[in-house]
Ligand binder design. Structure first.
Ligand code: ZN
Length: 242
């Protein structure tokens, strides 16, 4: 089975469209989105509808949770707050009801899918270093766990009786006894200084994972954001992937 796993679309319809094409080109059988459909960008309703039409499973992210008013925007920086308030005014009833039915975690085929961390999914814990990864490995039973939330793709491998290892490469053949924790990066707002959209291809037969980067027309997305009056900081960061 070829899984296409993506996360953190953040209302960037042009990037999402490019990723969906890339999944098709790679023959993906099953599409999973790890959440944060909205926030930061201005294609909110479009992105929710694209997820509804194209994803087999979609989970909820922290920005989605604020957008549907499950929790407040306390803790958001002023830019994120401005964008989410804009989002709350631009979601259709249909998109709202779709988002209200999204789960925090999904498991199938020896894989755990979650937006932030398998450790207390609704608390939006960031996995940013090896210590966080160690904690995370203790909190899922399956062989693989896929997360998003930090907007930086990374593959972490764990062998029995050894400390997990952060891998440098974005393409990896899984060794028999290994378990993997994979951050799939962000579709709509990458922050690893690579502005290209990111998603992850998992081949459960060949036992391999690959972080796929996809170029898209950043300028088009920026233009729509400027027109809608989004802060310059949010517009400009897309071009540099930060
Ligand atoms: Zn996010």
């Amino acid at each position: 089975m070829l899984y296409g796993i993506c996360s953190d679309i953040h209302s960037n319809g042009t990037a999402f469209e490019a990723v969906l094409h890339s999944m098709d080109d790679n023959g993906v059988d099953r599409r999973i989105c790890l959440g944060d459909l909205v926030g930061y960008g201005v294609d909110a309703d479009e992105c929710v509808q694209m997820a509804k039409e194209n994803m087999d499973i979609c989970l909820i992210g922290n920005h989605d949770s604020v957008a549907i008013k499950y929790e407040s925007s306390v803790g958001f920086n002023p830019y994120a707050k401005q964008a989410i308030e804009w989002t709350q005014e631009h979601l259709s009833a249909d998109s709202l009801s779709y988002m209200k039915n999204l789960a925090f975690l999904h498991e199938e085929n020896d894989i755990t899918f979650v937006h932030a961390s398998p450790l207390s999914p609704a608390d939006w814990i960031y996995i940013t270093d090896l210590e966080d990864a160690l904690d995370a490995f203790d909190h899922f039973e399956n062989r693989y766990c896929f997360v998003g939330h930090t907007h930086s793709p990374v593959i972490v491998a764990s062998r029995p009786m050894a400390i997990p290892k952060i891998l440098d490469e974005y393409e990896y053949s899984i060794v028999d006894t290994e378990r993997l924790l994979v951050n799939v990066g962000s579709v709509g707002q990458p922050r690893d200084r690579d502005p290209r959209a990111s998603w992850c291809l998992l081949d459960t037969e060949k036992k391999s994972v690959r972080i796929v980067r996809v170029e898209y027309d950043v300028f088009k997305t920026q233009e729509r954001m400027r027109k809608a009056g989004m802060p310059d900081f949010l517009v400009e960061r897309l071009a540099v992937g930060r």
